[in-house]
Design a protein around this ligand. Structure first.
Ligand SMILES: Nc1ncnc2c1ncn2[C@@H]1O[C@H](COP(=O)(O)OP(=O)(O)OP(=O)(O)O)[C@@H](O)[C@H]1O
Ligand SMILES: [Mg+2]
Length: 372
């Protein structure tokens, strides 16, 4: 029976008593549901691997609890946790054929030969390597994607309660990554093993996960489905990490209104899209950020009330939408912005001057981020 996996105020400090302690996990608390495919997403060094290794018992946490159902895993040694793990650099044994690579964990557990053969055959079928198993080469005789499948089969073969995947697709090219992420979701749903999938690729996390957690410097910033994080980011960091968000430097000019810096363009913010907590104690003229996704803006060749002006850098037809990259005047933004239009504007070319409008009720309001 699959159970909840719960992190309760988990802290991990490397070199806790030394000169340069690294606080890699800070009061991490959340619950993963049975059978869930849960993605951990965040930039390099934010603590993703540390969280997985702590779950597997390969790191000892400094404080807090990791619970599987009601039992505290932190007191259980790694080899008794029944966890399958695919490491960031998934080292297969090059001197063993793929059968023995997958069988290894069962041999260590002294499982009878017939049972080993049955389990390996089943799991190789699950990951789509039945034909390769007949040839049974060493891993070097397989493609990158096939080797990846062997690594997953090796983690699945002893029917773990939890499957931990640490950037399992990092070594694959872009096309194979897209294919394999769908495969991982298929395999995970077929086995229904509670799985944590770690990546720093937001597109991968959004595509694969039932829910995702965004981690920054050891802190869980937000947890939700792809849709929840895309449509309701809690802060500018999450907004920037999940999908494209354009940010406009602005100052507060009303309870739910901000005026874009160096202009008189005032933007009314729907209170539900205002992400500034009352506790921040902001006043009129405080610095804020207006956030708008490419589809929450419009471009026009004609000046409009409350439009920003700039120059079109690049126009790209992306099939579903036409993307206008625009460099605004007056340092309104720190970089060029992206605007998605449903169709191509006949009267606008690259290098033309253009007007950008916020669609009513859609932009977000954020606290400025000190650093991302
Ligand atoms: N054994 C260790 N000793 C000291 N510090 C460590 C150790 N392992 C990790 N760290 C530090 O802990 C922090 C989190 O590291 P971690 O490996 O968990 O990051 P990550 O999110 O997996 O990054 P990446 O995307 O690059 O794999 C980093 O600052 C890292 O330098
Ligand atoms: Mg890592």
């Amino acid at each position: 029976m699959s159970r909840n996996l719960t992190y309760l105020n988990v802290n991990k400090i490397f070199g806790e008593h030394g000169k340069n302690p690294v606080h890699a996990l800070k009061d991490v608390s959340f619950t993963i549901n049975p059978g869930e495919l849960f993605c951990m997403l965040g930039p390099s060094g934010c603590g993703k691997t540390t969280l997985l290794r702590s779950t597997a018992g390969l790191e000892t946490i400094s404080s807090g609890q990791i619970l599987y159902g009601d039992s505290d895993m932190t007191s259980i040694p790694p080899f008794r946790r029944n966890i399958g793990m695919v490491f960031q650099s998934f080292a297969l044994y090059p001197h063993m054929n793929i059968f023995e690579n997958v069988a290894y964990g069962l041999r260590v557990r002294k499982m009878p030969d017939a049972e080993v053969r049955k389990r390996v055959t089943e799991v190789m079928e699950l990951v789509g390597l039945t034909e390769e198993l007949k040839r049974n080469p060493s891993p070097t005789g397989l493609s990158g994607g096939q080797q990846q499948r062997v690594a997953i089969a090796r983690a699945l073969v002893y029917q773990p309660d939890l499957l931990l995947l640490d950037e399992p697709l990092a070594n694959l090219d872009a096309k194979l990554r897209r294919y394999m992420r769908a495969e991982i979701r298929r395999i995970q749903k077929a086995t229904n093993i509670t799985t944590i999938f770690v990546t720093h690729d937001q597109e991968e996390a959004m595509a694969i996960g039932d829910r995702l957690a965004v981690l920054r410097k050891g802190v869980v910033e937000q947890i939700g489905s792809s849709n929840e994080l895309y449509t309701g980011p809690d802060n500018a960091f999450v907004a920037n990490f999940i999908g494209k968000m354009n940010f406009f430097n602005a100052r507060l000019s009303g309870a739910n209104q901000a005026t874009v810096d160096t202009t008189n363009v005032a933007v009314e913010i729907n209170p539900q899209k205002n992400r500034i907590p009352a506790s921040a104690g902001l006043q009129a003229e405080s610095k804020v950020l207006i956030g708008a996704r490419p589809e929450q803006l419009e471009v026009s060749s004609h000046k409009q009330p409350d439009s920003l002006e700039g120059v079109v850098q690049i126009i790209q037809h992306l099939g579903q939408v036409v993307r206008y990259e625009v460099l605004l005047d007056d340092k309104v933004c720190d970089a060029s912005i992206e605007v998605d239009m449903p169709t191509m504007l006949e009267d606008v070319r690259e290098h033309d001057r253009i007007h950008v409008i916020f669609k009513k009720g859609l932009p977000f309001l954020f606290l400025p981020e000190v650093d991302n």
